[in-house]
Each structure stands twice: as C-alpha cells, then as structure tokens.
Design a binder for this molecule. Structure first.
Ligand code: FA5
Length: 352
C-alpha cells in the first residue's frame, strides 16, 4: 500500500508537470483528487486497515495529500499566470489616436468675420431661418406685387407650425406665409426695433433660395448681413468697413469694384465685386475668368426701412450690406465650386 501511494504520487506529479492549460489541469485534478479520484479511493481504503497500519499509512497518506494539494496550487498559479500574460497590456505603447473632427470651412471664415467685426464695435446677432413673409420682404420695402421678389425666389412653407407657434398661411402682422429666409436682411428690421439707433451689427447665417444651381450658386448658402445706423453715416463708412473686413480675411490689400445695383431696401444701392485674390485680375477658373467675383450687395438704408424699424430717417442714416460667406470662403481658399461645401465629401473637408 505504501508503495502504491508513493507510485501514484510520482505519477500525479509527472502528469502535473506536463499540463499546459486550465482544461487539462482541471481534468487531472478530478482524475486524482476528485470525490471518485484515484488517490481519494486509496485514502478511503485506509479506513479498513488495522490500527497499526492505519498509524503508518494514515500519516503518509496525509502528507502525500497535503503535498499534492500544494503542488496543484502551484501548478494552477503558473498556468493562470501564463494565460494572464497573454492579455498583458503595455501601458508605455502609444495609444490609438482618436480621430478628431474640425470646424467646417464656412464656420471658420464666419468665426474670423465675427472677430473682425467685434473688433470694430459691431455686435453679432442671429435670426430665424424660417421667417415671416413680412420680415423677409414687406418690411424691406418689397411688397407682394414687387418684381424684386423674383430675384429671390424661395420655399414657401404652408400648414406647419414653427417653434414659436407661428403657422404658414397666417404669418406675422396679419400678412401671408412663412418662408425660408432668402437673405439675412430681415434681421435688420428685428434689430432696429429691438435696439434702436445708433446701431452696429452683423448677422451671419444660413439662407435659402429656389435657384438654378451652378459652381457659384447654391440653394442653401451662408450670408453675412452688416448694418450700421447713426448720424451722418455715408458710403465712405461702408467702403472703409468693407475694405477692413475683406483684407482682414483675405490677408492682403483688396480692390473693390462698386457698381450700381438695385435692392428695394437701400437707396442708393450697389453690387460690390472683389478683385480675384487667386489670380489678381487676369482671370482664372475661381473667378470664371472674369478677374472679379460678385461678393455683396450694399447701399444706404432706405428711409422706408428705417421707418419700418422704428428709426427716424430725418435724424439717422445708415449703410447695410449682405455678403455671401460661401463666396468669400471660395476666394480665400481658391475653391472653384460652391457645391463642395455642402457635399459632405471628407476628401474636400479634411483639407481645412
Ligand atoms: C441680397 O441678398 C441682399 N439682401 C443683400 C443686401 C443687404 C443688399 C443689405 C443691400 C443691403 P443678393 O441676392 O445679391 O442680395 O445676395 C448677396 C450675396 O449673396 C451675393 O453677392 C452673393 O455673394 C451671395 N449669393 C447670392 N445668391 C447666392 C447663391 N445662390 N449661392 C451662393 N451665394 C449667393
């Protein structure tokens, strides 16, 4: 019996040394030490031996049992350690970089414009994109029958309620429908009514038009409205502010071309072109080979508009302009198709 126990002990140790994974380890544990295991059976057999034999073998069996338990414990630790070793994380390795997004090029230009204008004492305002016909047209001296409405065809909204409970078909001031604003100019009226004169403000924002699309025309684009009202405000103030802004954005002296232009809400009115900052005049794909890019409409605020804003035109005058931020961004970055801005094409966007 003594030999049998020692033989079995050696066999168990030999087998234990060969074990490489936890499954094989558990199998071995059950085979020898389990309730019906081979060693357990031998140990149980000791109970039927004589008192003398029990004394000797009982002690030996106990020692073997404790010894093997210890060996199994060590073997388990080694195996588990090697499994854990496979999951080892080297904290000194550089981590996987999180891909960060960045501001859209239009937003970047808008932010720069806001900085430039706030440095000149202008405040930055916002206005609703879903606008009443009244603010978008009527209050800007464009009554319903006026042909100027054709130059800013828009999307009329009927039968929905906006966030302020206004419904298409009802409109404000008892007038007609809600429209997607075609320009940022409606905020001129809202601001004059709220703040009165004197006043200096810009309104960057999205506008919408039912347009024939091409490389220079989008249905959804960004404008920046500017308005300055005070005593003795003239065209000189307008050109000085525009030059400051455009050379600040394009980082070079700019040349402006001022042409007569008609907008019912200014008198006199102008279209203002900027000499192409890409080719500097002779013509290139960005300026459609014309050397100039139409950038903004502007003029001195029409007395009717000042009145609609609650300001006395006898005492105050003002200039206003509306510029395409998208067009300015095209010139700044040399982009030849405005549609790229809304394309969602990462190959384009990642360049900024
Ligand atoms: C207006 O929107 C007037 N509200 C501007 C204005 C404001 C005049 C205050 C006088 C006083 P216009 O439709 O020309 O005007 O648009 C102004 C600028 O927006 C254009 O010069 C051009 O830069 C840009 N723009 C106009 N239509 C589009 C279009 N479809 N896609 C991209 N940019 C456009």
């Amino acid at each position: 019996m003594k030999e049998k126990i020692e033989q079995l002990k050696q066999e168990i140790i030999d087998n234990l040394n060969k074990v490489k994974d936890l499954d094989a380890f558990r199998e071995l544990e059950i085979k020898y030490l389990g309730r019906k295991g081979e060693l357990t059976k031998i140990l149980k057999g000791i109970a039927s031996l004589s008192v003398e034999e029990k004394k000797v073998l009982g002690k030996l069996a106990n020692e073997v049992k404790l010894d093997l338990r210890e060996k199994f414990k060590e073997a388990r630790e080694i195996i588990e350690g090697s499994v854990k070793g496979k999951e080892f994380i080297d904290v000194t390795l550089p981590g996987e970089k999180i891909k960060k997004g960045h501001l859209h090029p239009i937003t970047q230009v808008q932010n720069e414009l806001e900085d430039l204008f706030t440095s000149m004492g202008f405040m930055v305002l916002d206005g609703p994109e879903l606008e009443s016909d009244y603010y978008n047209f009527e209050a800007l001296n464009i009554p319903e029958y006026h042909p100027a409405r054709d130059t800013q065809d828009t999307f009329y909204i009927k039968d929905i309620e906006d966030s302020r409970g206004r419904r298409g078909g009802e409109g404000e001031e008892g007038k007609s429908d809600l429209v997607m604003r075609t320009h940022t100019s409606p905020v001129q009226i809202r601001a004059m009514r709220k703040y009165g004169a004197p006043l200096r403000l810009i309104v960057p924002g999205r506008v919408f038009r039912s347009e024939d699309l091409d490389a220079n025309h989008e249905h959804t684009f960004h404008q920046l409205e500017g308005l300055m009202v005070g005593e003795d405000i003239s065209i000189s103030n307008l050109t000085a502010v525009l030059k400051e802004m455009l050379s600040g954005i394009l980082k070079q002296e700019v040349e402006l071309r001022i042409r007569p232009g008609y907008f019912p809400f200014v008198e006199p009115g102008f279209e203002i072109d900027v000499k192409c900052a890409i080719c500097n005049g002779p013509g290139c794909p960005s300026c459609k080979h014309g050397g100039w890019l139409e950038m903004l409409g502007a003029g001195l605020v029409h007395p009717n508009v000042l009145r609609a804003g609650g300001i006395d035109p006898e005492k105050y005058s003002g200039f206003a302009f509306g510029m395409g931020i998208s067009r300015l961004a095209m010139m700044k970055y040399g982009i030849d198709d405005i549609r790229l801005f809304n394309s969602g094409d990462l190959r384009f966007l990642e360049q900024f």
